[in-house]
Write a protein that binds this ligand. Structure first.
Ligand code: DGY
Length: 320
């Protein structure tokens, strides 16, 4: 049996595939494979290990319905037409849980960086603008005893909430469709309406999946309802906030600052105004980029492929 892998993944995954007797071909070119190239490769293979950046739409899935399994190297799967994969009988896997700590760390890092304008201060040193000590300059805000608001309290949001409770005794509020009982018991988290989340959060961190319901959710209207002292964090997907509205919110002081690990599009262009604003911090989608998380993601993706090729239910399957 043959597996196509659309980007080089850590050895932990490749070795598992090899040990299972699978013949593996890896796309090693220094550019994203096009959908047509991926279709051509997939046609010569029995299984596909793909990335969140590959478009797994109905066109792709219909062309590649011979595939016995597709395993994606990410937890998010907004690039996948799940209904089409289910209809065509192609089991589709993802890699949940193993990147929750790493991604929560990045949200925490951004929150702190924005609160102290750290990225901007660093740029000032580089540009020779350290200046002399002035008691009223370079002032940030403190996070102790503040309120953390989580939009979409799941596995990653839970890890961020634990960090914020432990480090800063932050009160945790969240907006979800249903109660997160574990968060309420362990962290005394309170479920609130979306309007209350906006009005009360000192730090508002986004952890929902991208969907028609969440796309563009954070727009001018929403930013205007947040506290002028609040920090907006997005480590989920760039399409959830509207960039021009965010820039206006930051320029006009509707909110204090913003930290982004995700943008729309990715990569962000180097002349994007957010990169030079004092109250913004941007990272290049590194939420899951730790040695541990990427090794574990490779292992889970390989396990999904092996299970699928043996006709078994995938350990982490996104089909109902
Ligand atoms: C994911 O797994 O969905 C993260 O965004 C990393 O790409």
């Amino acid at each position: 049996m043959k597996v196509f892998v659309s980007r080089l993944i850590p050895d932990t995954g490749l070795q598992l595939l090899q040990q299972a007797g699978l013949q593996t071909t890896v796309w090693t070119e220094d550019r994203q494979i096009t959908q047509q190239e991926l279709i051509e490769q997939a046609k010569q293979h029995d299984a596909l290990l793909c990335m969140g950046s590959d478009k797994m739409d109905a066109h792709f899935l219909t062309q590649c319905q011979h595939l016995k399994v597709i395993a994606q190297f990410s937890v998010g799967y907004d690039n996948v037409d799940v209904a089409a994969s289910t209809r065509l009988g192609i089991p589709f896997g993802n890699t949940p849980d193993v990147l929750s700590d790493a991604t929560a760390d990045v949200a925490f890092l951004l929150m702190l960086a924005v609160s102290r304008k750290a990225f901007y201060m660093h740029k000032r040193i580089i540009s020779g603008d350290w200046g002399t000590y002035r008691p009223t300059l370079n002032l940030g805000v403190e996070l102790k005893n503040k309120t953390l608001g989580i939009f979409g309290l799941g596995r990653i949001g839970m890890e961020l909430a634990r960090r914020c409770r432990g480090a800063y005794n932050m009160k945790v509020i969240y907006h979800n469709r249903s109660h997160n009982v574990q968060a309420e018991q362990e962290l005394q988290a309170q479920r609130v309406s979306f309007e209350e989340l906006l009005a009360q959060s000192d730090v508002l961190s986004v952890h929902v999946a991208l969907s028609p319901e969440t796309e563009g959710k954070f727009n001018a209207d929403v930013f205007r309802k947040m506290k002028p002292s609040s920090i907006f964090i997005n480590t989920a997907r760039g399409k959830i906030h509207q960039e021009q509205d965010l820039i206006q919110a930051l320029n006009e002081g509707w909110i204090w600052g913003a930290g982004l690990d995700v943008t729309n599009p990715e990569p962000m262009k180097p002349d994007n105004p957010l990169l030079s604003m004092p109250n913004a911090a941007v990272l290049p989608h590194i939420g899951s980029a730790t040695v541990q998380a990427r090794n574990d993601m490779a292992r889970l993706a390989a396990m999904n492929i092996i299970a699928g090729l043996h006709g078994k239910r995938l350990p982490h399957c996104i089909n109902p």
